[in-house]
Design a binder for this molecule. Sequence first.
Ligand code: UD1
Ligand code: CA
Length: 457
Amino acid sequence: MDRFVIVLAAGQGTRMKSKLYKVLHRVCGKAMVNHVVSQAEKLQPEKIITIVGFGADAVKEELGLKTEYVLQEQQLGTGHAVLQTEKLLAGKKGTTVVLSGDAPLLTSATLEALFADHQENHRSATILTATAPNPSGYGRIIRDELGNVLKIVEQKDATAEEAAVTEINTGTYCFDNEWLFKALSEVRTDNAQGEYYLTDVVEILQAQGEIVGAYKMSNFDESMGVNDRVALAAATKVMQRRINEEHMRNGVTFYDPERTYVEADVKIGADTVIEGGVSLRGTTTIGADCVITAGSDLRDAIIDDQVIVKSSNIEESHVLAGSDIGPYAHLRPASTVGPNVHIGNFVEVKKATIHQGTKVGHLTYVGDATLGENINVGCGTVFVNYDGKNKHHTNVGDNVFIGCNANLVAPLEIAKNSFIAAGSTITNDVPEDALAIARAHQENKLAYAKKLPYHKD
Ligand code: UD1
Ligand code: CA
């Protein structure tokens, strides 16, 4: 039996009070609608069609080639939204799943269970329902005394008795595709919101003698629809727990998973320890046997095995095996560090490559530079890379010793095995094996300190 998926994503989402269209709001780093489409892909359907309207271009950019698109020019309701796929789907034999772009927690496992239930019971429509602790805002499932689903009533159309029902419509359905389009043509707008409700299809199918039922999922959390920022935070919490638990099952230790923010596409190797308050974002990949201590924030970073990151920020950079970073270091984009490199406290690195065994221990800025192996960079060194207009590059050869508080004014070539004296401002290239000193000579005025007002005898 062919499967088709329709994802509703044309609404503006006024309750979000946002410039950003609702389905593009991110849950653990990934747009809600992208979570939905990723789960839909696992069902291996013939087609996934996303209904776009508000922010159509932005939604298309987010989802790319993962789906086909149909434009709903005016947002006249969920029934009207589904009807826009008529040209692509009407007349096809198969089962159509309708998903809401604002339900990011739903899993493909639940959708498979919904499919199975729909098929086994030979229904024309099966609604995915759940019992909500607070059903406010959801459509309510109205059943007869035998438990058959009679209709779905929206909050705004519900009587007090109907509003008291806690079984809710998750906004996810399985339909016999041909019956779906037959019923949709009969949906009208005689309701409190003056919209074409997809939910009215239930009553229409009933009236035609078709079998309509509900599959009730046990886990309400998974069905959560996000209409405002409160629900967005709640969904993020659930998704975060799901992501972190998966990493824990794969051998990662978390000291405080409730307070560790790991985005959906992050990868972490076994026996790595992640302390509390860490944020791992974007496409960050962490190897095995690493330690990432409290407060570290990594975005699009690649961290190889056995790396220690102490309370540091790393963006779009690669740290090779055996290196240690921080505390309080900042690796900015396009940096490559290691293997076995030491980056100490209050060191900032930008667009620099630092090779094996080099140590940059304290209070240093390394920008636009290539450092060879086994270099020692003294405390307070500044790679002076910017002349106010352009950035310039510095190369430092293997085994160079850079004394404390040196200024290396780029562009510069500092050849291997050379030595830069502390406090030097280097403006000329330094040859191999040379000692470079560039600072004023010291003069000692004997007994002069005694004449100074604060001198203590
Ligand atoms: C809908 C259901 C409600 C259910 C709830 C679950 C209807 C009438 N109501 O209500 O029974 O409990 O979802 O979360 O279906 N959309 C369009 N085009 C439109 C209108 C909406 O694409 O013209 C999209 C929205 O972008 C959203 C989805 O459809 O992704 C659901 O719309 P929304 O307005 O959030 O419906 P709810 O009021 O939550
Ligand atoms: Ca909704």
